[in-house]
Design a binder for this molecule. Sequence first.
Ligand code: HEM
Length: 402
Amino acid sequence: MTSRPLTRRHLMGAGLAVAGGVALGAGVTSVVAATGDCPVAATFGADLVQFRGPHQPGIETPAPAHTWFVGLDLAASADRAAARRLMRVWTDDIERLMGGIPVLADQEKELVAEPSRLTVTLALGPAFFDRLHLDGRRPPSLRPLPSFAIDRLDARWRQTDLLLQVGADDVLAVSHAVRVLTRDARSIVDPVWVQRGFSRARGAAPPGTTPRNLMGQVDGTVNPAPGSDDLRQVVWASEGPSWWRGGTMMVLRRIRMELDSWEKVARADRELVIGRRIADGAPLSGETERDPVDLEARGPEGLLVIPEFAHVRHAKAQTDDERMLRRGFSYDDTGDPSAGDAGLLFCAFVADVDRQFLPVQRRLVGPDLLNRWTTPVGSGVYAVPPGCEPGATLCTALLDPG
Ligand code: HEM
């Protein structure tokens, strides 16, 4: 991530004045509201994430405060030439939006000035390959997920032909990017749904803190670290069709939380359901959040410390092949009578869905007691193309003839 220096304009624009540059720690400066003595953090609107590179942004990038998933279908008339046009427009739009530069003919130039670590990630569903006769170029594990006994899927959140994941620390940047990208794609793709997710607001907790989900649990502890060899192996495709190497697969599950009944469960029992403490996310077999989960540990009466029904017992990878990068976001649409629920937009990135995701999901269906308070209501699987090197256009190697 690159950071542009704070300018006078940024501070003045926010109605703020620097209070003598009081040092708070490395690189942190106290900024005080002009009309009062309440200290607020330095603004982050000018922070940028790099668009160009071997992988698309929004995967290894730290999770932003807001992420919207936009599902789209190809219009009836769309063919491969139209898809190529779309990729040219989107590549240009995304590069500009992420760089804080207005897109061509943008009426609302001011809305792009503070991208706040905006990222846009493009993903392609199975029907994209069917519709454009690209079957020979399909990543091997790109097919609809099997149905699971726990699923109560609502057609409203169905699989789509394409998906855009748009994230930033400022929801205004996300909203405007979604508006621009869907408007510029009109006549080639039509939006089907938008699923709006959130994590912690930037600055609410120290950087690197694992977020909490709406059940109150620390969620995301066991995950490959950004920039690690581990993440490279788990996420980025090194096999499969050549156009896709450096890409990945995304599984998106909209999982409703049954919060009314969950809130009636005693705190100690809630900890047993997951196998971790609520206060700090430490495994029940350990002391601190990062301690390894010990599934064999027994208490004084000989009982398993992490019970047979605990989520982590069944979710934990049984082989190196079963690892995944989870990058979930909470959603809360309880005010919307037509959607009316809250839960987790569970998002996982893996190089191979069959090898890495499905064995874990299959195991979770039966014995995981968490299923009593969670219900999958939406599901989709997508191929994420590799990134754009300088001068390149998204999906060129996929869509070009030959
Ligand atoms: C609303 C549904 C879910 C909730 C609330 C939930 C919550 C949690 C929590 C609190 C943890 C422990 C902390 C951590 O390591 O992140 C965890 C771990 C994990 N979950 Fe879930 N989870 C959900 C669904 C899923 C699904 C659908 C999968 C995959 C199919 C999954 C896979 C995992 C994995 C792989 C771990 C790490 C296990 C380990 O190695 O210790 N979870 N989950």
